[in-house]
Design a protein around this ligand. Structure first.
Ligand code: NOJ
Ligand code: CA
Length: 697
């Protein structure tokens, strides 16, 4: 069938799930359709500012792409294509038969986020490739901050008798020039500990299999990060290095070995490459969100950013237990005590873990016995939520599944209904299980073990989010699938873990390194918000010499609230530790979690980072800066402040003798009047940080 793609009507009828995007394109500009380029061998598309250019060729019937930044090759010619059980390779003996170009420049609003208005500005090309029998499309978008591309396999006559398509491999490659002189920051892909690893800093050729976002810097100082956007109904991609520098998209398989189970009329997630001339450039990119579909939930005013405390850190320190017994944390009286604290200091919610039956014994192995509706007798959810209501503090729900997702799925409706009935609007979920050890019962009741990032779980996580949305509940997923920007489409997917968080500092297995939070912004955080749970004030409960302790100064804990973006931030420590240092706690009380603007001011991956963010709906700005194990001086211009306005800078900084190892509690709080014409020099101690509130006068 000679099928013309992307001429509106045809597209709407055959690929309704692309319709929204196309309408947006059509509204912004008139579609410029190039009539069939019979013998086209190379097509090019450049970013609006022309710094990034992509070329696509079909030499020898094999599609390949190449990317340049400022005329230098940053991605060598790299293969494209998909392999299907039923069809073999889509990518061998395929030639470009048709090309469509368009451009978009539009701005959209985030209901909550790092900034209110996001500019979506790109040039796009869609190439239809054909082997004479089957057509498929490769769509490229070139933005000023990087590129995205994806595959689309439309419904077509040639596939009329192939209702099922099983993907056995993806051929996409990212061929990185000069891998020996390119520095990469990466964590292993498909490891037992999912995304919870310390980052490796190596030359790129040392990567074996890496998770995305995988960030690297070329010998010329260009910064790039490979990831994906809008991962739905597909397997996650990890990067598997073949020959040096050749990173292949390696799709996480199902338990039966198939990578993706789909049907004609599907599109893959976007493969993304963020590109910037320096490290802060990566942080100021909105590419991942721009490649996601608009909000599908309608009015989401019920999704509320905020701050919370919780019955949580005590369990990680072994002061409390999740299960029943004398140290049980989740009791009615303890929850009320936390609610009193939350109300006194202006927190919105109290997270309670260990309230439901099933935690006794080794909870890691209790996935099949968890009840998500039956509380332990000493936890009265009715009394608690009524008490919370009277204090304007919400209970934050918790569901640990220990990776037994069928048990959770079977109870999900009742569990979410229960929370809805009690006015709970946010639930933290947990999927603690080793990589590859998610337990599900298939349609015949046979137990299968899946990866956290295979297609089955990609769908399972989203199912929890959409079921929660029906009840006005937001989800904060722990042990999640990596973030690929779906918060744009489902704004109630409010945060997730998906990296080594603060909890490792309690366990000492080993604690996070001083450089960890100077790497996270440039890697994990490019994907989206993280529930890192900052704000530990008792940095070394077992003494400064103990293995398990927090390896930061106290004011670095404050800086994390600005540096590690999340619309929900926990004050993770025990109330008694805050009461002892109410002066520093003031910053945690003041710092907002919703911003009208965010600007990465300075940074180098693994060394340091400085962010300024403007409070949404207000004039105040906040600044967070932190460093790795090296102390350093940073001079920052305050030109992000509004010209002509005066601000009182409330500065929380490391004292002159501060040092994470020996003297982490040495901090100074001071104020200064500043304007946009000033600069500030910050002295960051070893693994130290500075947090500033610029209060508009
Ligand atoms: C792991 C989560 O990251 C942590 O926050 C939680 O306390 C435990 N699982 C128990 O659910
Ligand atoms: Ca975890």
């Amino acid at each position: 069938m000679a099928r013309v793609l992307f001429n509106g009507a045809n597209l709407l009828s055959t690929q309704s799930h692309f319709a929204l995007n196309v309408i947006a394109v059509a509204c912004a500009v008139a579609l410029a359709t190039i009539p069939s380029l019979a013998q086209a061998k190379t097509i090019n598309v450049a970013s609006p500012d022309k710094h990034i250019s992509i070329s696509l060729t079909d030499d020898n019937g094999r599609p390949e792409y190449q990317v340049k930044f400022n005329d230098n090759i940053v991605i060598n010619p790299s293969k494209l294509g998909l392999v299907f059980q039923q069809l073999g390779e889509l990518g061998t003996n395929f030639n470009i038969k048709h090309v469509t170009n368009s451009s978009v420049d539009q701005t959209w609003q985030q209901p909550w986020g790092e900034r209110e208005n996001i500019r979506d500005h790109y040039n796009r090309v869609v190439a239809t490739l054909s082997n004479g029998k089957i057509d498929f499309d490769i769509e490229f978008k070139a933005f000023n901050d990087g590129i995205g591309f994806r595959y689309l396999v439309p419904k077509q006559t040639g596939l009329a008798n192939t209702p099922k398509l099983d993907i056995t491999d993806e051929l996409t490659e990212f061929a990185i020039p000069d891998p020996q002189h390119t520095t990469a920051w990466w964590i292993p892909g498909r490891g037992w500990n999912r995304y919870e690893y310390l980052y490796h800093t190596t030359s790129l050729d040392k990567i074996d299999r890496a998770q995305t976002p995988m960030t690297f810097r070329t010998a010329d100082g260009v910064h790039l990060s490979i990831h994906e956007a809008a991962l739905t109904d597909y397997a996650a991609m990890v990067l598997n290095q073949g020959r040096d520098g050749i990173l292949r998209a390696d799709l996480t398989p199902w338990s039966d070995g198939i990578r993706v189970k789909t049907q004609p009329g599907f599109s893959t997630p976007w493969r993304t490459i963020q590109i910037a001339k320096d490290a802060p450039g990566l942080l100021n990119s909105d590419l991942i969100l721009n490649l996601n579909e608009p909000n599908k939930l309608g009015d989401v005013s019920w999704v509320q950013p905020g701050k919370y405390v919780g019955i949580w850190w005590g369990m990680h320190l072994n002061e409390n237990t999740w299960g029943s017994g004398p140290k049980h944390g989740a009791t009615t009286s303890e929850t009320k005590r936390y609610m009193d604290f939350a109300a006194q200091y202006g927190f919105d919610g109290v997270l309670v873990e260990g309230w439901n039956e099933g935690w006794d014994g080794s909870w890691f192995d209790n996935g099949d016995v968890f009840s998500f509706t039956k509380a332990y007798p000493n936890f009265d959810i009715n009394e608690i939520t009524q008490y919370g209501h009277s204090k304007n503090v919400r209970l934050i729900g918790h569901h640990e599944t220990s990776g037994s997702v069928t048990n959770y799925r079977n109870q999900m409706s009742d569990a979410y209904d229960l929370y809805q009935k009690h006015g709970v609007t946010q639930v933290k979920t947990g999927y603690v299980a080793d990589g590859g050890d998610i337990k599900r019962a298939d349609e015949n009741g046979i137990v299968r073990h899946e990866w956290h990032d295979g297609q089955f779980m990609v769908n399972e996580y989203l199912h929890s989010v959409t079921e929660a949305a029906k009840r006005g509940i937001s989800i904060n997923t722990h042990e999640p699938i990596k973030d690929t920007g779906l918060r744009r489409t489902y704004p109630n997917w409010i945060a997730r873990e998906g990296a080594r968080g603060q909890e490792y500092n309690a366990w000492g297995s080993p604690p996070n390194t001083p450089e960890h939070t100077a790497i996270l912004p440039y890697t994990r955080m490019l994907a989206g918000p993280m529930d890192f749970t900052p704000g530990i004030f008792n940095l070394a409960p077992e003494g400064l010499d103990a293995v398990n302790r927090v390896k930061t100064t106290l004011t670095k804990q404050l800086a994390l609230y600005v540096v590690l973006y999340s619309p929900i931030q926990m004050a993770a420590d025990l109330p008694r530790n805050y009461v002892q240092r109410l002066d520093a706690f003031q910053f945690i009380q003041d710092v907002p979690t919703d911003w009208s603007d965010s600007i990465a001011l300075a940074g180098e991956i693994g060394d340091y980072v400085a962010f300024a963010r403007k409070q949404r709906g207000a004039e105040d700005w906040y600044l967070g800066a932190l460093t790795d194990e090296d102390s350093r001086k940073l001079t920052l211009k305050l030109d992000f402040l509004t010209q002509g306005k005066r601000y009182q800078a409330e500065i929380y900084r490391d004292g002159d003798k501060a040092d994470w190892l020996t003297n982490p509690y040495d901090y100074v709080i001071e104020t200064k009047i500043v304007t946009a014409n000033d600069a500030m020099t910050l002295n960051l101690a070893a693994s130290g940080g500075t947090a500033i509130r610029f209060k508009a006068l």
